[in-house]
Design a protein around this ligand. Structure first.
Ligand code: C2O
Ligand code: CU
Length: 444
């Protein structure tokens, strides 16, 4: 009943903005009826957490956990999530980052729904169509609320039974911002995490970067494969060793390997594995420590895996062609004189609207003329990377929903406009999004 009353409002709102008369309500919402295959309740509330120093800090959490509960569903499941806000004053939502849900389930406060205020609740319903590693977070005052802890992992397991002896582990990276300005990584907060996997076990690590900056990840002690990026499988991945992964803020990378006889380590820094400061050690039950993490070369998704045919090729005719230039300048934003982050010279809400019709093939090019990384996140869609710095992607199709555009880089990407509604397209350095770097994709 809550959802029904909210839904009327959402559609009026989306309709006003997107003028999407040709789109039916059913296309914009998840299934209203039907018994969910999986249901969860997430309660947003303030919690006290203890730093490694013993100092106590306020965190904002789902269900009192940091990160929030790890939600796992199967591909094809009808998922129902009830969000209850206990005491987060500014209101909260849940955005399903990486899941191409119908527009009304997307959790963007002020756009697809109103923020859920203290003592209110809201129900999300959608079908988990694609298997993969995703995450969820509040999309109300996101830069503050995600930093304070309102996020968790959302995994859609494939509909097939996994090979036996699989250890499937999610690892979330996040820098928790203490009030005094020092940031503390979750790895540090949890001290060293240790897991056990017996030799021969297939290990799948689902790495999620919930922080605001690109995170280097060093894997030591085993050759590994990158199985998926942003929840989409790599076609015929090859073995890598001593490669350094660079996880885009908001991005996910799945890594697989066969557990050797000795320990494997995953670290955010080079050097020996120590009690603090690393992320994860996986060892056989007889213990041991991994070899030192070494710098290695950067893993490059543009030339990894095996090419295969996709909808987009050199001869593709695009219905829309949009160019986005990212930059920064000094300016006023929300009454403060600050560095603003711009798209085509403009800041939200004056940033350009990218209009599409359902079924369009859309090409976008990105150019970063600023001096910060801009991990660009498009809601509701996955993009295929066509080229970087003028050079075509040569490996597996590289599909992403959060693409890190480094200073000086250019990209061309393409996607099919197949999910009607109004969608955010913004930088997932959420501090940049909060000073202007947000735009909309709008179906007309
Ligand atoms: Cu992960 Cu618009 O957000
Ligand atoms: Cu940015």
């Amino acid at each position: 009943p809550d959802r029904m009353s909210m839904a009327g409002h959402e559609h009026a709102h989306a309709g006003d903005t997107a003028a999407s008369q040709s789109v039916s309500v059913a296309e914009l919402t998840g299934p209203r009826t039907g018994t969910p295959d999986r249901s969860f309740t997430l309660e947003a509330k303030k919690t006290t957490m203890t730093l490694p120093s013993g100092e106590k800090k306020e965190a904002w959490t789902y269900n009192g956990q940091l990160p929030g509960p790890e939600l796992r569903v199967k591909q094809g499941d009808l998922v129902e999530v009830t969000l209850i806000n206990t005491d987060i004053d500014a209101g909260v939502t849940i955005h399903w980052h990486g899941v191409d849900v119908p527009n009304a389930e997307d959790g963007v406060a002020g756009m697809t729904q109103d923020a859920v205020m203290p003592q209110e609740k809201y129900v999300y319903r959608f079908i988990a169509e694609q298997a993969g590693t995703n995450w969820y977070h509040s999309h109300q005052q996101s830069s503050k609320q995600v930093q304070m802890g309102l996020y968790g992992v959302f995994i859609v397991e494939p509909d097939t039974t996994l090979p036996r002896q699989t250890a499937d582990l999610a690892v979330v990276l996040h820098d928790w911002q203490a009030e005094n300005g020092t940031s503390v990584s979750l790895g540090q907060l949890n001290r060293l995490q240790r897991k056990t996997a017996e030799p021969g076990t297939l290990v799948r690590l689902r790495l999620v970067n919930a922080g605001n900056s690109r995170a280097p990840i060093y894997i030591s002690g085993v050759p590994f494969q990158v199985a998926a990026i942003d929840g989409t499988d790599i076609h015929e991945p090859a073995d890598l060793s001593d490669s350094r992964l660079e996880l885009a803020a908001g991005g996910r990378t799945d890594v697989t390997f066969v557990m050797p006889d000795t320990a494997v380590g995953l670290s955010r820094q080079t050097g020996p594995f120590v009690q603090d400061g690393n992320v994860l050690v996986i060892s056989p039950s007889n213990g041991g420590m991994p070899p030192d993490a070494v710098k290695g070369s950067v893993f490059d998704p543009a030339s990894y895996g095996t090419p295969m045919r996709t909808k987009f090729g050199p001869g593709t005719r695009y219905d829309r062609n949009y160019k986005l230039v990212f930059d920064n300048r000094l300016g006023f934003y929300n009454g403060t004189f600050t560095f603003v982050q711009t798209i085509n010279g403009r800041v939200f809400p004056d940033a350009p609207m990218f209009k599409v019709r359902e079924g369009d093939l859309v090409k976008m090019s990105f150019a970063n003329r600023g001096f910060d990384d801009h991990p660009m996140h498009l809601h509701g869609h996955h993009i295929q990377v066509l080229s970087r710095n003028g050079k075509a992607v040569a490996g597996s199709p590289w599909i992403a929903d959060t693409l890190n555009v480094a200073p000086g880089e250019t990209y061309e990407v393409a996607f099919v406009a197949d999910n009607p509604g109004i969608w955010m397209d913004h930088c997932h350095n959420l501090d940049h999004a909060a000073v202007g770097m947000s735009a909309h994709l709008v179906y007309e």
